[in-house]
Write a protein of this length. Structure first.
Length: 325
């Protein structure tokens, strides 16, 4: 059993208990073997704190309320109105009011330990098995939808489908993503250049001007940029759910696809030798090639580049993991 940490601030508490997550949503981890979740009502230490401890479902005797016996300081805190406790079949709640004051008085960790001692007196123990099926293989502690729990890979797959990585819920593999990156980059570059080749063609057919509302023209180009970013969807197909690397690779490919696509566009206009030769002799000419232009068209193009990168991330990023815990 770990030694009681000496904490007086929220930062110290988070570090001492090795909590993950976000203060404005849910902080979570494991304490004394029990999955632990912490929600702050306004995200700061000055708010009230709502803890919950999870365990495998425990059926109390029918018709009987569990007899709750706590060690100090929890009885005193409850008598003074600073703490509330609720114990259910698979969950125990502990509310500590004015959380910052409780930290300053070194009452938080002892209060948690008092609650855990009560659970153990009721026959509820922390066990390294899945809370839902009782299995002991590939069990991990996770947080979802504001709750924390202990669940195995099989139960995860039953909830969110067969595309969970078989090697483990938190497994991350960069290799298949990296192998796809050149293909995604090539497709995005061609499509990005194709957008502006198409814009040039429309201008040419209409005599050098487009007689439609600027917002409508911008909307059409943004839709085309969304489609041009779509090859990043290949990253989503091979990434584990929740894998942020897929989104980062989507952004990286889009950033590289823009200059490559622009180069393809200019080469199509003036010919390979007319463009590549001068650029090789004077590399700074590449900045002329990448110049988005002036006025409304330049603004539209910069907005389209930003949208293209954001859309590439959206296409690439796997669905967020959401479990019923």
């Amino acid at each position: 059993m770990p030694a009681d940490p000496a904490v007086s601030t929220l930062d110290q508490f988070v570090r001492a208990l090795d909590l993950k997550g976000r203060r404005d949503h849910l902080l979570w981890g494991v304490w004394r073997g029990f999955p632990l979740g912490l929600t702050l009502t306004d995200g700061s230490a000055q708010s009230d704190a709502l803890f919950h401890l999870r365990y495998a479902e425990h059926a109390f005797a029918r018709g009987e309320e569990p007899k709750l016996e706590f060690a100090e300081p929890l009885p005193r805190l409850m008598d003074e109105g600073w703490a509330e406790v609720e114990i259910r079949d698979d969950l125990a709640w502990l509310t500590l009011k004015r959380f910052g004051d409780r930290l300053q008085r070194d009452e938080v960790v002892p209060a948690l330990d008092s609650l855990i001692g009560c659970l153990r007196s009721l026959g509820i123990e922390a066990v390294a098995t899945c809370h839902y099926c009782g299995g002991a293989e590939q069990v991990t502690t996770v947080a979802s939808k504001g709750r924390v729990g202990q669940i195995c890979a099989k139960c995860i797959e039953e909830q969110i489908g067969p595309d969970v990585n078989r090697l483990g819920f938190r497994a991350r593999s960069l290799a298949p993503l990296a192998l796809l990156a050149p293909l995604v980059l090539l497709l995005q570059s061609g499509l990005w250049g194709g957008i502006w080749i198409g814009v040039d063609w429309v201008f040419e057919k209409l005599g050098g001007s487009i007689h439609i509302h600027s917002l409508a023209a911008g909307f059409v180009v943004l839709v085309l940029a969304y489609l041009a970013a779509s090859p990043a969807f290949l990253f989503r197909l091979v990434a584990n759910r929740g894998n942020r690397r897929a989104g980062l690779l989507g952004a990286a490919c889009a950033l590289l696809a823009v200059p490559l696509g622009e180069l393809f566009h200019v080469v199509q206009q003036f010919g390979t030798y007319s463009v590549i030769g001068p650029v090789l002799k004077h590399p700074t000419l590449i900045f002329t090639v990448l110049n988005p232009g002036d006025g409304l068209f330049g603004i539209l193009k910069l907005l389209t580049i930003a949208g293209f990168i954001g859309m590439s991330v959206s296409w690439a990023k796997p669905k967020k993991i959401e479990l019923e815990l």
